[in-house]
Design a protein around this ligand. Structure first.
Ligand SMILES: NC(=O)c1ccc[n+]([C@@H]2O[C@H](COP(=O)([O-])OP(=O)(O)OC[C@H]3O[C@@H](n4cnc5c(N)ncnc54)[C@H](OP(=O)(O)O)[C@@H]3O)[C@@H](O)[C@H]2O)c1
Ligand SMILES: *[C@@H]1O[C@H](CO)[C@@H](O)[C@H](O)[C@H]1NC(C)=O
Ligand SMILES: *[C@@H]1O[C@H](CO)[C@@H](O)[C@H](O)[C@H]1NC(C)=O
Length: 313
């Protein structure tokens, strides 16, 4: 195998223009508990650009950095302690166990990635690599938040930012995995139909209505945009607000996800049955040489569902 690979890299913190496409990045070495994955598709997440802007500088790995958390690809090499995966397996996952604490210096926007077996799962058979790459970070965040909130059958939920990467999966998991009794969600006008197609009972157009002024109250408000002050006003008595942005709600909690391949394995039946589906932005996929354009679009905060980079390279 060749020892160098194509990758997107930045040597300093800053805007999209700090990202450079290089052809001489080192193919990562694997440790005993890791596998080497040939990246077939990689998805972008807001954490990638927040990291590049230096928001997590204090706990980041050293520069230069190859960004990228989400991957779908093929195992090409296994470490000596790897038990459950073999060469040729089609896998997917979020390669950073703790999103903000020491994320990998060399991420998934490259031809190869070294990743711990425990962070990966076998790709659902019905999904292609682009669809699979769109899932890990977002679906694991959606699941962890619902689970920590004690969400369960018969409960109601309001999802703030239902059309984004995380929110589109919170809606589907709440409905198909947890058995929600009622689901409401917010988006702008053009995305209301998408919300309904995902299973939302009440789609609220945030450009026309203030959700906190409507009469309905919810057991859980899953805030995927950063509106906790308003969110606490629509939680019913014993309920809570789940925040995945920085603010800690007075009635609820915020958290940063822990990547875990077992969560993907657990959700596999819902994915393979087609009940829960990745939502891809109409502009997906972006080819590898347009990663910078994909970031510019992501940073506009208008993306629907996920942006995936494919093919690689
Ligand atoms: N704590 C964690 O572990 C964790 C994990 C994942 C993500 N996050 C964070 O959670 C946030 C959401 O992530 P994401 O990947 O879902 O984001 P995203 O997909 O990039 O979100 C984009 C969407 O936000 C919608 N939006 C913008 N303003 C809105 C508003 N006022 N009300 C409702 N929707 C609005 C946009 O829809 P319109 O065009 O309709 O406005 C767009 O579809 C980000 O800040 C991300 O960093 C945290
Ligand atoms: C909260 O909402 C649930 C149903 O969504 C309802 O059963 C419960 O009584 C409500 N609790 C309060 C205090 O309003
Ligand atoms: C990973 O997820 C599985 C399934 O939900 C859970 O049993 C396990 O405790 C999790 N591991 C970690 C390290 O969080």
């Amino acid at each position: 195998m060749t020892k160098t690979m194509k990758a997107w890299k930045h040597d300093e913190y800053g805007g999209v223009d700090t990202l450079k496409l290089v052809t001489d990045a080192a193919v990562p070495e694997i440790t005993d508990d890791q596998v080497l994955v040939r990246v077939v598709a990689a998805a972008l997440n807001p954490v990638d650009f927040k990291r590049r802007l230096g928001y997590f500088k204090a706990t980041d790995s050293p520069l230069p950095i190859i960004p990228g958390y989400d991957v779908a690809g093929v195992v090409v090499k296994i470490g000596s302690q790897v038990k459950g995966l073999k060469e040729g397996d089609e896998v997917y996952g979020d390669v950073n166990e703790k999103a903000l604490e020491g994320p990998k210096q060399f991420g998934t926007l490259a031809e190869y990635i070294a990743v711990e077996e425990r962070l990966l799962a076998l790709k659902p058979k019905n999904l292609d690599f682009v669809q699979a790459a769109a899932l890990p970070l977002a679906i694991e965040t959606a699941y962890e938040g619902l689970e920590r909130a004690g969400f369960c059958e018969g409960k109601s939920i309001l999802v703030l930012n239902g059309a984004g990467g995380v929110g589109s999966l919170v809606i589907q998991l709440a409905k198909h995995v947890f058995g929600a009794s009622k689901i409401a969600a917010t988006s702008s006008t053009g995305k209301l139909e998408l919300l309904k197609s995902l299973g939302v009972d009440l789609a609220i157009d945030y450009t026309k209505e203030n959700f906190e002024e409507l009469p309905d109250k919810y057991d859980v408000v899953y805030d995927a945009v950063g509106q906790v002050e308003k969110a606490v006003k629509v939680v019913n008595g014993s309920g809570c607000v789940v925040s995945i942005t920085a603010a800690i709600p007075s009635q609820g909690f915020s958290f940063v996800l822990t990547s875990n391949g077992s969560v993907l394995t657990k959700l596999n039946p819902y994915l393979e049955s087609g009940k829960v589906k990745p939502v891809l932005d109409p502009k997906t996929p972006f080819p590898f040489d347009k990663v910078n354009e994909a970031f510019t679009y992501l940073e506009s905060n208008r993306v629907t569902g996920k942006l995936v980079i494919y093919p690689i390279p």
